[in-house]
Design a protein around this ligand. Structure first.
Ligand SMILES: [Zn+2]
Length: 165
């Protein structure tokens, strides 16, 4: 007897993860337009059981009740590839790891839901202004202190562009 998620619960688990795979190393989108049917979409995601739906399954917990087993709290949204992998190697992906993935995926989804393209552009603008202020400060300092010789060779390419620009 499997304690499967209801369709409603599957929708809740997927929505909480923003319909992206919860594996932080993956995070691929799990829905896309059906290439041949304009009225349909393809689902490439699965609501996986964190603790198995039936005896002998990966990460099975005999103490859980069937209600707990099919609750959204026991589900993690994954792409089909990652879902296969966590169940094929449960020792490599213990409950604690999956709970961490789930929490992080939900945090990222909440952050994405709070951001607009304008908001992101504003944040980038603020960062650029701050970097320019730091450079001005360094310029003034290096002009007034002959011992201070700033060296930007250790900075990554992105900051280097800002230094020159
Ligand atoms: Zn994945």
């Amino acid at each position: 007897m499997r304690d499967d998620f209801t369709k409603t619960t599957v929708g809740i688990i997927a929505s909480r993860a923003g319909y992206r795979c919860s594996n932080p190393a993956c995070r691929r989108a799990t829905t896309k337009a059906d290439p041949v049917d304009e009225c349909n979409f393809l689902n490439l995601g699965i609501a996986s059981h964190i603790k198995a739906a039936s005896t002998g399954g990966p990460r099975y917990d005999s103490i859980m009740t069937p209600e707990e087993r099919k609750n959204a709290q026991n589900g993690i949204w994954l792409c089909t590839k990652c879902a296969r992998e966590i169940d094929a190697s449960p020792e490599a992906y213990p409950v604690e790891t999956l709970l961490t993935w789930k929490r992080q995926a939900e945090e990222v989804t909440a952050r994405d839901a709070a951001s607009t393209p304008d908001g992101i552009a504003e944040a980038v603008n603020t960062i650029e202004k701050t970097i320019n202020l730091i450079h001005e400060f360094i310029d003034v300092w290096s002009q007034n202190d002959p011992v201070f010789k700033p060296d930007f060779s250790n900075f990554g390419g992105r900051i280097k562009i800002c230094v020159n620009g």
